[in-house]
Design a binder for this molecule. Structure first.
Ligand code: PEP
Ligand code: MN
Length: 340
């Protein structure tokens, strides 16, 4: 349920409603807006309905939140899209486009620093790079772990780019929190609810990837797991889903972007690399993502993709990144966005 306060309701009135709700054990979120404050009460709608909140001082109305996802929903006071700052880059809000680029996996010091420098020069907003990798086969290269986190920190120091890296296991949470500017939750862990709660408590923005076979409702309910821990900085990522089509690695669901824009206040980025599995498709899909209103792109780039230890065929050449970034930025510019 959502309790909408009257314009000009006193803080003490808001607090009285919050306390009344808290006593019933529901999850309470107070959202001050420009004109009115709304209070989200999540869980037990019948119980909240019976509290008679309409009669309390300062309350305008009590309305149900009809969607299965709550905190992520655009119904919940957030008439404005969420926007937040990551080391000086604005994510969300419709004025900026965030280009997150870098290797699939951190493999070496030289390679990581070279790619980081190339993507910075090309106009990237952030650097991506996996330290702990979820691999389909347990015998594949699973990343350099803690050593990779140190290399990412060095690359951030050298370029000034904030770092996005995946949290795979709650046992790595402290190390990831210490090294990452944005914590990535991979597609395979979108429904690892315990991990989502850990990520929600880390005090870093979270980039949440859509599961390979997850619906958008499920994605937004997964986002609720992070948001309910008090972390409001969640970025959603469409990265392709499983369909009957096998020509591309996954099927990029570009329709997800405008749908999400209608149903959630959270920023949405697109990963064309994992969807395509083939670098020749990455630029056209990126142009499409910008055109349908994505807030950014997360893309794989390698200095020597032929010798990459992971996802080489889909990695853009570092040497071509600046041209790619220019094209994508021009498409984002058609919707009035500039690179973050
Ligand atoms: C990745 O970003 O390198 C990755 C493993 O992505 P996903 O979780 O979308 O497969
Ligand atoms: Mn990858």
């Amino acid at each position: 349920m959502m309790i909408v306060m009257q314009p000009g309701a006193a803080e003490t009135e808001v607090e009285a409603v919050r306390e009344r709700l808290a006593q019933t054990g529901v999850h309470v979120v107070v959202m001050p807006g420009e004109l009115t404050t709304a209070i989200g009460a999540i869980g037990d709608p019948e119980g909240v309905g019976e509290l008679g909140l309409e009669g309390m001082a300062g309350v305008d109305r009590v309305v149900p939140i009809s969607r299965p996802y709550k905190l992520a929903s655009s119904e919940l006071s957030h008439h404005e899209p969420s926007r937040f700052d990551i080391a000086g880059r604005t994510v969300g809000g419709g004025e900026t486009f965030c280009l997150i680029a870098g290797p699939c996996t951190v493999e070496s010091r030289e390679g990581t620093l070279a790619v980081a420098e190339a993507v910075r020069e090309g106009g990237a907003s952030m650097l991506r790079g996996g330290a702990y990798k979820p691999r389909t086969s347990p015998f594949a290269f699973k990343g350099l772990g803690a050593q990779a986190l140190e290399l990412l920190a060095e690359a951030r120091e050298a370029t000034g780019l904030p770092v996005v890296t995946e949290l795979l296991d709650s046992g790595h949470a402290e190390a990831i929190e210490a090294h990452a500017d944005v914590v990535q939750i991979g597609a395979r862990n979108m429904q690892n609810y315990a991990l989502l709660e850990v990520a929600g408590r880390l005090g870093r923005p979270v980039l949440l990837k859509r599961g390979l076979s997850s619906t958008l409702d499920e994605l937004l309910m997964a986002a609720d797991y992070i948001l309910k821990e008090g972390n409001e900085k969640v970025i959603l990522c469409e990265r392709g889903i499983r369909t009957f089509e096998t020509a591309t690695r996954f099927t990029l669901d570009l329709g997800a972007v405008p749908w999400l824009k209608l149903h959630t206040h959270l920023p949405v980025v697109v990963d064309p690399s994992h969807a395509a599995g083939d670098r020749r498709l990455v630029e056209p899909l990126s142009r499409g993502a910008a055109a349908v209103g994505a807030d950014g792109i997360i893309v794989e780039v390698h200095q020597d993709p032929e010798h990459a230890l992971c996802d080489g065929p889909q990695a853009l050449y570092a040497s071509g990144f600046a041209d790619y970034a220019g094209t994508v930025a021009a498409h984002a510019g058609l919707l009035g966005k500039r690179l973050a």
